[in-house]
Write a new protein. Sequence first.
Length: 209
Amino acid sequence: MDYISYHPYDWLKDPDDSNFIEDTKKLKNLIMKYGGEHKMWISEVGWAVRKEVSEQEQARYLVKEYVYALSTKIVEKIFWYDLQSGQDPNDREQNFGINRWDLSPRPSFFAYKTMAKNLEGLKFIKEIELAENIKCFLFGNDEKKVGVIWKTNDEEDALIMINKNLKSLKVENLYGEEIYVRDGKLILLDDPQYVKVGQNESFEKVFEF
């Protein structure tokens, strides 16, 4: 057996509110107990755009799910379901696409593109604890480090101070648009954002003053 495939669908939940990481670790332990060491692939995962999940939420959930999966260091590959939606907006099975039926891109298409651009070739390093309602996952290689950061509480604004004097510091939103940090204040959103520094600067210095 080359790998174990599973589909961790959670139709309506924000990944922040799911048991994805715990369930993945339990599955890994079960596989180790009865089948030995095998690679694990998520060969399907996705959210359908309907009245319960907006296009914006689909984009947000996509990035969060990938980041959570990669942070386990258990999941080797992830495959989003799917590319193109069908014609019936009322049929859940026809509305998982990151493109609409006419192939016009949904926000999730651009979110996927931005995530791939920023995380390609990087390995998960660690989760950085900043506050109870803030998630920050650090990825990197010999050339750059990227933190994927968002807030988890919809009802509260989250603002963090970052060291804007770092020469290589760049911040992008969910869709790859650059965010200009004024006065060292970064407003965190439900949407993941990308905080990037070059190889010669420590990511931890982003939050040091």
